[in-house]
Design a protein around this ligand. Structure first.
Ligand code: AMP
Length: 287
């Protein structure tokens, strides 16, 4: 039997719990790949990693309103469920959970949520998008509660998010192994993102400033540059092009996300910029 015929789609938390219980009764371990849909090869690489780590691979597709500020792109966030399902099927996903907002938040706005504090959330995305990580961590904690997965796979693309989720699992003893998979890029270097669809051809070209800056930073490091300010300046310079509005260019400790003075192997370079109306982020770990 091919995987293509087996993908089951469910809309309720109860159906998930039953499906997961059945998978476990059959002796299987369970992996979860949380997404907001509009899938691309980056998401599918997480599915492949999940398949290596567990017997039963589930994907959630849910555009989580709680992680969008009122000024952000919730309403226009791209959605194409039929296409997503086809891609998930093609990659052998066992279960797709695609709940409505009512199903995920039956009580409306949550009165209890996961609010991060400390160095991991103070800077970068946490500073620029107040409340964003509260939304992310709360929905991920809920998904962990619904699926009780053995492992959950996230992308390095959202480095700060992955670091926070890893710490949440540790700090709250959620019993889920958090796995982080590498960034999948377009052939020209642009990090894949559902939001890339917003870019006009002109903006798509300008968007390369992010990955080019990171490449430049990597090359400087490889050539012996250890001064983190010099690396930050190189990132800034790459982002200093017309039509690109830099938000941050950082060199940080990968565990605490605090700025470093001296770069070393493992130091992470992180950038964010607006290209037209589209906000893009990218990062690279130095080696
Ligand atoms: P999203 O649907 O954007 O919320 O992303 C769902 C998951 O896919 C997150 O763990 C992301 O970090 C991950 N992801 C998004 N883009 C990429 C990419 N280009 N490469 C690898 N993982 C990605």
């Amino acid at each position: 039997m091919t995987a293509a015929t087996e993908t089951r789609v469910v809309r309720t938390r109860d159906e998930v719990r039953h499906a997961v219980r059945d998978a476990r009764m059959a002796g299987g371990t369970v992996a979860l790949v949380p997404t907001m849909g509009y899938l691309h090869a980056g998401h599918l690489s997480l599915v492949d990693r999940a398949r290596e780590l567990a017997d039963f691979v589930a994907m959630s597709i849910f555009v989580n309103p709680l992680q969008f500020a009122p000024t952000e792109d919730l309403a226009r966030y791209p959605r194409d469920f039929d296409r997503d399902l086809e891609m998930a099927r093609g990659r052998g996903v066992d279960l797709v959970f695609a709940p409505g907002v009512e199903e995920m938040y039956p009580g409306g706005e949550p009165q209890v949520s996961v609010v991060p504090a400390g160095t991991l959330t103070e800077r970068m995305e946490g500073a620029i998008r107040p409340g964003h990580f509260r939304g992310v961590l709360t929905v991920v904690a809920k998904l962990f509660g619904i699926f009780t997965p053995d492992v959950a796979v996230f992308g390095q693309k959202d480095f700060q998010q992955a670091a926070l989720i890893r710490r949440m699992a540790l700090d709250l003893d959620l019993g889920v192994r958090v796995e982080v998979a590498p960034i999948v890029r377009e052939p020209d270097g642009l990090a894949m993102s559902s939001r890339n669809v917003y870019l006009s051809p002109d903006e798509r070209e300008r968007a390369l400033a992010l990955s080019r800056g990171l490449e430049h930073g990597r090359a400087l490091f490889a050539a012996g540059e250890r001064d983190a300010d010099a690396l930050r300046a190189a990132l800034r310079e790459a982002l200093d092009v017309p039509g690109v509005e830099a938000e941050y260019a950082e060199a940080a400790n990968p565990l605490t996300l605090e700025p470093v003075a001296a770069a070393e192997p493992g130091t992470v370079l992180l950038v964010a910029a607006r290209v037209g109306r589209t906000r893009l982020i990218d990062n690279a770990v130095l080696s």
